[in-house]
Design a protein around this ligand. Sequence first.
Ligand SMILES: Nc1ncnc2c1ncn2[C@@H]1O[C@H](COP(=O)(O)OP(=O)(O)OP(=O)(O)O)[C@@H](O)[C@H]1O
Length: 284
Amino acid sequence: MLKVKNLYHSYTKDDNYAVKGISFEIKKGEIFGFLGPNGAGKSTTQKILTGLLPLQKGEASIAGIDVKKPTEKLFNLIGVSFEHPNIYSKLTGYENLEFYKKLFSVPTEDPKVLLKMVGLEDAVNKKAGDYSKGMKQRLVFARSLINNPQLWFLDEPISGLDPTTASNIKDIIKKKKDEGTTIFLTTHNMHIADELCDRVAFINEGKIEVIDSPRNLKLKYGEQLVKVEYKENNKLKRERLSLINDKDRDKLNKLVNEGKIETIHSQEATLEEIFIKVTGRGLK
Ligand SMILES: Nc1ncnc2c1ncn2[C@@H]1O[C@H](COP(=O)(O)OP(=O)(O)OP(=O)(O)O)[C@@H](O)[C@H]1O
């Protein structure tokens, strides 16, 4: 669905690159996470792919359409939800979506259905300028679905939302994936990446350091450990035991056979820990 090859971008049009030769592909129906700290080059890449910045160097195509020469056909295929809402403040939520709808030449969704889906049914006729920050974010999120996009760009879709709203937004993303939508998710929130993404790319200083599924990354870079609590001489003991180290495995087997274990938990590495291991820096 999306193919990117050797993409570069320089804001100063010299060899000072914000994006330094990145390549990746996203398959239809996949949720692909673009994970990296501030200034890594995530937004720059997303802006090139959505036609907001010109493609200076490299290749990119969406469903076979060259991003270098964006056409109406390409814009009909994509949806973009930005982190920082860009809306018409003087129009109501409903009017914002009605206006946006007219920009597409493909069948569009009913604005009221979309607004209800993101919990804005009571604010349909309220001026968008009077919406709270989270409401504006949900309005932009709903708006990005108006053309029922095949490739959906999401930039920090749950940042700053309360837990219930965030959970609703995550459910919508999962539902869209089940319906076959391909999703390019930009974030520095490792939890959402871990929960939603089929594969993630770690981007740092304009370069992709690694691309894999969260599960494979955990298996490859994480230590396989279990945390056990057990009683010995009437005292509660806690230990972290490796599943690959023979001595620790023997100890674990002994504790299991003797029936001493009170609690046991696997200790997987988080994506953030793996990111630090791979890039030598944190995600924030
Ligand atoms: N309009 C601009 N003009 C000049 N340099 C820019 C511009 N926008 C971004 N940059 C620079 O390009 C680099 C990549 O920035 P980018 O916004 O793509 O990072 P990001 O990964 O999206 O970060 P964040 O998580 O903070 O949004 C940074 O060094 C940034 O300072």
